[in-house]
Design a protein around this ligand. Structure first.
Ligand code: B12
Length: 352
């Protein structure tokens, strides 16, 4: 076996030992999907996520020009881990008193930390076995200037579905991705074929029509973006579509046929924290600063800050159709946080 293939096999073995179900290798190259990235940014679909639009010295978008962004890198090792737990899907549960936190976010440990720890373990092994003493490697989970799903596709980990999620034929799409960039030339895998066929369930199910065409998501309309990334007040016309989502959204994955028999993970770190599956809206709307800090320490949910989570819970109350929230909303109209008070007024109006 040539050395590059032997190294590729060894690094995959190390990734499996670190806890990743899937691992593949893609060449670091401007794959055709990256043209879509540039078009997507130009169309304003990134919303306020300005970090997606950073440009290199030559003025090109960093994420669309990997060879300029990472001139030293040859290969991308893509690792994926299943985070599905045994809880029901959001589309299977309905309780007007409760909201919904997306599957990835209710975990005991923030996936950025859990996946990075495992990546570092595989990276250490790679550095032990690689013959090149000047080897350069870099690990990223989410925050690197590259479009991870594109490399996951070319690493054979799965295909990019019409819901824009990376889907694996055996596991489905409840996967976190992590990448190790390396200066080593490793034998690449073959891209996974697209198996979405004529199915449009994700596009049809999205309550806010955020999937504007197959494979294209307008973040401005996506419940995940609105509830997690959008700061301050949420425009009136966007509120009804959010339903009872208080942090992220999984609808386009819940309805995906490839997730119908998705296996569940044994990983302790992705099991839900107490009270976060179908959480009580009244609890979240009134959560104190101290409890917020305690409950969401080491959780991705702290990204919204307390104000954002309370805002989302109050909007969900307005969408619940449950008039028993009215006294609480009346009280919250006088909250010292202006965003919370404004959301309470609007939800009160919606329920009366
Ligand atoms: C910004 C971001 C978001 C944004 C924008 C999402 C998006 N679709 O881009 C928001 C906040 C909305 C978001 C939501 C979610 N995210 Co997010 N997010 C990212 C991040 C940081 C960058 C993604 C990016 O660059 N998007 C740019 C756009 C252009 O890419 P795209 O929509 O995937 O489009 C690609 C293809 O569809 C294709 N394409 C586009 N147009 C066309 C047209 C045609 C005709 C064709 C054929 C192809 C094609 O090319 C594009 C790539 O260039 C990545 C981590 C990373 N660094 O990559 C995580 C990441 C994508 N997110 C992840 C997760 C888990 C989620 C959520 C499930 C969380 C939740 N439950 O709320 C949702 C899923 C929503 C969805 N359907 O995508 C995982 C996805 C894992 C997986 N199995 O796919 C990632 C990889 C993080 C990780 N490390 O695990 N996310």
């Amino acid at each position: 076996m040539p050395l590059s293939a032997q190294l590729a096999a060894n690094i995959k073995h190390a990734a499996h030992n670190a806890g990743f179900e899937l691992c593949g290798i893609a060449p670091l190259r401007a794959h055709p999907e990256l043209d879509h990235f540039s078009a997507w940014v130009a169309a304003g679909h990134a919303g306020e996520m300005k970090y997606l639009e950073t440009r290199g010295e030559n003025g090109d978008l960093k994420r669309a020009s990997p060879e300029t962004t990472f001139p030293w890198a040859c290969s991308v090792i893509v690792c994926a881990i299943n985070y599905n737990t045994a809880q029901p899907y959001s589309t299977e549960v309905r309780d007007p008193q409760c909201g919904w936190i997306s599957r990835y976010a209710w975990s005991r440990e923030d996936y950025h930390d859990a996946v990075m720890r495992k990546l570092r373990q595989a990276e250490t092994k790679l550095r032990e076995i690689a013959p090149d003493t000047n080897l350069t490697t870099r690990c990223y989970v989410d925050t690197g200037p590259l479009v991870e799903r594109v490399y996951a596709k070319y690493a054979g980990v799965g295909w990019i579905g019409k819901n824009t999620c990376l889907i694996n034929q055996q596991i489905g799409s409840w996967l976190f991705l992590g990448v190790i960039l390396t200066s080593l030339e490793l034998t690449p895998d073959l891209p996974a074929p697209d198996r979405c066929g004529s199915c449009t369930r994700c596009i049809d199910a999205c309550p806010t029509d955020a999937l504007i065409a197959p494979y294209q998501l307008d973040s401005n309309k996506c419940i995940s973006y609105i509830t997690i990334e959008k700061r301050g007040e949420i425009p009136e016309e966007m509120r009804a579509g959010i339903g009872r989502h208080v942090y992220g959204c999984d609808i386009c994955q819940d309805v995906c046929p490839w997730n119908r028999k998705a296996p569940v993970t044994a990983a302790e770190e992705f099991q839900p924290r107490e009270g976060l599956v179908n959480p009580a809206l009244a609890w979240l709307a009134e959560i104190s600063e101290e409890e917020f800090r305690e409950k969401f320490r080491g959780s991705p949910i702290k990204r919204t800050k307390r104000s954002g989570l309370r805002r989302n819970a109050i909007i969900a109350m307005g969408n619940s159709g449950d008039a028993s929230f009215l006294p609480l909303l009346k009280k919250l109209e006088k909250d010292e946080d202006g965003v919370v008070a404004q959301a309470a007024k609007s939800s009160w109006n919606r329920l009366t």
